[in-house]
Design a protein around this ligand. Sequence first.
Ligand code: BGC
Length: 753
Amino acid sequence: MKTRFQLFLIFSLYCACSAPKTPSLSTIDHQVDSLLSMMTLEEKIGQMNQYNGFWDVTGPAPAEGDASLKYENLRKGLVGSMLNITGVEEVRKVQKIAVEETRLGIPLLIGFDMIHGMKTMSPIPLAEAASWDMEAIEKSSQIGAREAAAMGINWTFAPMVDIGRDARWGRVMEGAGEDTYLVSQIAKARVRGYQGENLSDPLTLAACVKHFAGYGFSESGRDYNTVEVSRVTLHQVILPPFKAALDAGARTIMNSFNDLDGVPATGNSYLQREILKGKWSFGGLVVSDWGSIGEMVNHRVAKDGKEAAKMAVLAGSDMDMESYLYVSHLKELVESGQVKESLIDDAVRRILRLKFELGLFDNPYLYCDEQREQEIVGSEEHVAGVLEMAKKSIVLLKNEQNLLPLKKSGLNIAVIGALAEDKDSPLGSWRGEADPNTAISVLEGLNEYPDNKYNFAKGADLVLEQPVFLKEVKLNTTDRSGFVQAIQAARSADIVIAVMGENGFQSGEARSRSEIKLPGLQQELLEELVKVNEKIILVSMSGRPLDLSWADEHLPAILQVWHLGSQSGHAIAQVLYGDYNPSGKLPMSFPRNVGQLPLYYNQKSTGRPFNPGDDIVFWSHYSDVPNDALYPFGYGLSYTSFSYSDLRAEVLENQQVKIKVNVKNTGPREGEEVVQLYLHDHFSSLTRPVRELKGFQKISLQPGEVKSLEFLLGKEELGFFDGEGNLQVEPGEFTVMIGGSSKAELALKFEID
Ligand code: BGC
């Protein structure tokens, strides 16, 4: 089915076939320009407008978001994209209006937050990051993309690449943790997973890297709060993952709610015009965040909606998500000469180009195939895929006296905690179109091992009512009536599995917490349980690092299982029983207490570091808690063990260094290790981190097996960005450290000229 414009194009190309062609324009650019030349100013502005679907909101919705108005505006060609419409039937309805009832028949971009799955849920992104397995993450992203595309979506608002240094911020669940290098690698894997080789393949989606930029640095971890970062931090820590995702081909980028240097990101020319569209020559489309153009009025930098629209468009925001301000004001702004029409043309070109690339002009219903939807969504292959991903995402934090893995028979096990039977929380926040209560619970997973006896006692409800996306979670803080039964179960058990942590809606957007201990009555219950049975395995289910200090001090085993998606319970049980040897490593530091936040391993050298042997107090530290994390970045145990030796460095020409190391499996069983390489620059013109991740490889080793690994460090690894965003490589001494966590101790010095 061709659109009206497509028919026109065929006709005009036919008529113009003897005319000279512009050789520098690709076919798509040529088509875009032809279409643009036919559009009225109003129609162009319409393309820059994104409307929310009719039923689902992911933020405060302005009154103008009334459904009847949307249909009317759709018909007038005043909508370029819609979000939060899913399912072939619904998408077809709106696409049909755009294609058949508007003057030019331009199809819609259909956007959706497919963050970690659509129906078949993968683990939350932070959990997946713990796998350090790029192939697995790419595959998991591909599963989500296939299901979303089969449900009519052609654009996902992912990956989120904001750096997460503060566990109070609920959106750390949506990112890949605290480290710029790891986040960059994962960003690339996700873009490959979503977009595949060919954007017009109906089972791929356009990616949208977000939130540009600095959103992860919201002060005190409070969502939507002010951001205060230096240009150096911006260029060294925050921007590289965006660049990596764009280099991997991400077609779109979303700006953010926060301000930066006093200017909201949405109206920030330095970010969008100078860096993104200037220095980086980004040719894709910039969408605002939900209502973020309008929010510049709340930021008090625009006196009204008209001024906000002007600021945003001048700064390079091409599409207005849910502010309704471009359609309301841009025409007047252009006609009064305040905004040049060439800026509008540039934005519209970017939008149309994406529509062509997605194949929407060839077939606007490309993503609307009922049969494909039926076959793809929830397929067995996807279920198996998310289970694999879930197993790889689990991190073993503590395992005294090899309490784990469990024997498969003869044990009497008490399973305690509301989360043990919870089929909803593992679906996590940003759960696409997952049906509520469809995850495999821990109890269901354990029941697959029927030769042990399980005695389940909830102990206490975690929440008072089933939480929903839009509302605050209501915790149970008073009803302890189940404590007695839980304590009895623990007393008579050989082993206790306590499943505790956060409800799926306690992390995610707008879910900041000022306290990150086990919420509700769980800590109190745990303290009662340990009085009657010391053999407690804590299965910690959360969307963020929690403060597990008490558990670390009092319990022999802790397994960090995050919110693992649809197959959660199976994955957890398989790890508990050793059918999968845990291989996850933390992508974010777990603090000793909330007061340490923001916490990250790659802190800078200070003027007052710890000086071994000194016993005076005047150095940079806390007097009540050590500086370092309880469980550091990159840390995670296995049921086997590894040793590192023979670290060698060979300095090559042209500021390159080859590093070699041997890794051996010194334990009793096959296992995977994430070999991590950290670098420390001894002296530089700017203060630099004490160590920084600059490479990693995930390998599998049989017992006794040794592998020799090689890493190549080049300018990007040895250098750093200055405050202008220029890469500087300074000669001098470096120390390389290699090991299985950010505490890696095997070290060697080398020098580059
Ligand atoms: C979020 C974005 C999201 C958008 C659309 C906003 O509230 O910050 O990440 O893509 O809503 O749902």
